[in-house]
Ligand binder design. Structure first.
Ligand SMILES: [Fe+2]
Ligand SMILES: [Fe+2]
Length: 185
């Protein structure tokens, strides 16, 4: 597997861990229990930065290479850039709802839960399509030369949460995730 596909697959596994962690908090809210807003906020902050700045652009590069190599196959993947823009919009919408709850110091209402569910569903639907359609097609049709082109362009992109060097603002969330992983095993 090419270096970039390994990163993209790992990104999806990492994102799924975050979605599970977020869903756990959303379920608390739906039951009328208290949720950890710091965790929710750190997750949404991460989703506002890394996926939109690093993950989706890598996928756009892979699709661009597929469009050059096999335009008829790339066509079946659909408009990935438009989907990424829509996902970014859903993320910003959810982030605004999170910030409003934090700023206002008020309990999260029904609208917040809807916005959280839209975010969870949007991400899961999108990743499922990529895991089952886009990634297998890219792996089947791109050549070693194509992957070299993509790999060279993505070398500069670093993950601030799951990468080797964790940014200060993500340290608490990273520790939480490590703890959940230990508890789950
Ligand atoms: Fe994507
Ligand atoms: Fe993706």
């Amino acid at each position: 597997m090419s270096a970039v596909m390994e990163i993209l697959n790992q990104d999806h596994r990492n994102l799924e861990r975050l979605l599970i962690a977020l869903e756990r908090q959303v379920v608390h809210l739906e039951r009328g229990e208290e949720a950890d807003l710091d965790i929710i906020n750190a997750i949404v902050e991460y989703c506002l930065t890394y996926p939109d700045l690093c993950h989706h652009p890598k996928e756009d590069l892979v699709l661009r290479q597929l469009q050059i190599r096999k335009p008829e196959v790339a066509e079946t993947v659909g408009n990935l850039e438009a989907e990424h823009r829509k996902l970014a919009e859903t993320t910003r919408h959810f982030a605004a709802a999170v910030h409003q709850v934090i700023r206002g110091g008020q309990p999260a209402s029904g609208g917040f839960g809807e916005s959280a569910r839209a975010f969870l569903d949007g991400y899961r639907y999108h990743m499922e399509m990529e895991d089952t359609a886009f990634f297998p097609l890219a792996e089947r049709h791109l050549t070693a030369e194509d992957w070299d082109v993509v790999d060279r362009e993505v070398e500069q992109m670093v993950d601030p949460l799951f990468g080797g060097r964790v940014e200060e603002r993500y340290k608490v969330l990273r520790n939480e995730i490590m703890l959940w992983d230990e508890l789950a095993t």
